[in-house]
Design a protein around this ligand. Structure first.
Ligand SMILES: C[S@@+](CC[C@H](N)C(=O)[O-])C[C@H]1O[C@@H](n2cnc3c(N)ncnc32)[C@H](O)[C@@H]1O
Length: 331
């Protein structure tokens, strides 16, 4: 064993290790990254004592820490220590191996690890208040929406009307049989084509929403996101939406709730100052949808435009004509 470095540094290192609590902490943290609460439980010492010794070890470079949610996690990695500290630790670990207290610590750590849920429980107890932010930072926002899209029947044909640059098309393509995008803007369609170029089940058409190039009843579902405010004749566009749906097929429209921001309307090139939910419901029913409902969408943090409203409905099932004779026969 070679102890290098300057003598003062060596004395300091030896001083750092000249404490049974610190030696116990290092033994545990070499085995596993742990938080203060876990260390308190395993060492059976007051939190203030554990925190004080951890601080010394962290300040002197024996342990590294990182924050996770509201917790700080600590770890000791011998290969990260400078050579003299590593050499000292090797001796200290060997000499403490037979300590009764150290064996007890090991047993309690084994028990703690086999009781794996404790850590998660402890973590979420501290993380609940800021989990949304933490989740976004660590995993992004999209996995939930993608998971929900997986609930769609894989055999569905879905149209996105006023598809713009194709973000909904791209989301849908992995989950359903066919996706049809329609838009009147060549430039927007170009971007949609680029975005979906690897997706063989996406079809794009340049056409007005008031006259869709899709057969009657061809689609199981249709969406129209932020496009109705641009359309000269919204009832006609909704009637076209209803026409391309099979009986029972589902329609979802998201658009601006009625507002008075004229400057915004002009800047965005829209024809309408949004829609009153009740008026939108009437338009959809007139267009041939049934089971129509609307609900305001909770504005997303930071969204600066007017609030949005979502309408859902179904293509009315064909009216079943039961002949009088048949009714008589049944009764
Ligand atoms: C605000 S963008 C929304 C795009 C996309 N749905 C989204 O949510 O990102 C509105 C789209 O509707 C298209 N659009 C507007 N009026 C239209 C019409 N009458 N016929 C077809 N497309 C139209 C525009 O070209 C534009 O791409």
């Amino acid at each position: 064993m070679v102890l290098t470095g300057d003598p003062e540094q060596l004395m300091l290192r030896m001083d750092n290790l000249a404490d049974p609590t610190r030696l116990r902490l290092l033994r545990l943290l070499e085995r596993r990254e742990l938080g203060v609460a876990e260390l308190v439980e395993i060492l059976q010492l007051p939190q203030s004592t554990v925190s004080r010794h951890l601080k010394i070890l962290a300040d002197q470079g024996w342990v590294a820490s990182r924050s996770q949610g509201t917790m700080n996690l600590y770890r000791m990695t011998p290969s990260d220590l400078e050579p003299s500290a590593r050499a000292l630790w090797k001796v200290a670990r060997r000499e403490t191996g037979e300590w009764a207290t150290a064996r007890q610590d090991d047993l309690r750590l084994d028990h703690h690890l086999s009781n794996g849920g404790r850590r998660a429980e402890e973590f979420f107890a501290g993380a609940a208040a800021h989990w949304d932010k933490l989740r976004r930072e660590q995993y992004g926002d999209r996995y939930g929406v993608i998971g929900l899209l997986a609930l769609l029947p894989a055999s569905d044909v879905v149209a996105d009307l006023g598809c713009g640059t194709g973000s909904a098309l791209a989301d849908l393509a992995g989950h359903v049989k066919r996706v049809i995008g329609v838009d009147s803007s060549t430039e927007m369609l170009k971007a949609a084509r680029q975005r979906t170029r690897e997706m063989s089940n996406v079809e794009l058409y340049r056409a007005p929403l008031e006259s869709l190039p899709i057969r009657d009843g061809e689609c199981d579902a249709a969406t129209m996101f932020l496009a109705l405010s641009y359309v000269a004749d919204p009832t006609r566009a909704l009637a076209e939406m209803a026409r391309i749906l099979r009986p029972g097929g589902r329609a979802v429209v998201v658009d601006l709730m009625s507002h008075d921001r004229e400057a915004f309307r002009i800047e965005m090139g829209q024809r309408h100052l949004g829609f009153e939910p009740a008026a939108l419901e009437s338009l959809a029913e007139e267009a041939g949808l049934e089971g129509v409902t609307t609900r305001p969408l909770v504005p997303e943090p930071g969204a600066q435009g007017p609030a949005l409203v979502m309408l859902t409905g179904r293509q009315a099932a064909p009216v079943r004509t039961i002949h009088a004779e048949a009714i008589e026969e049944r009764t």
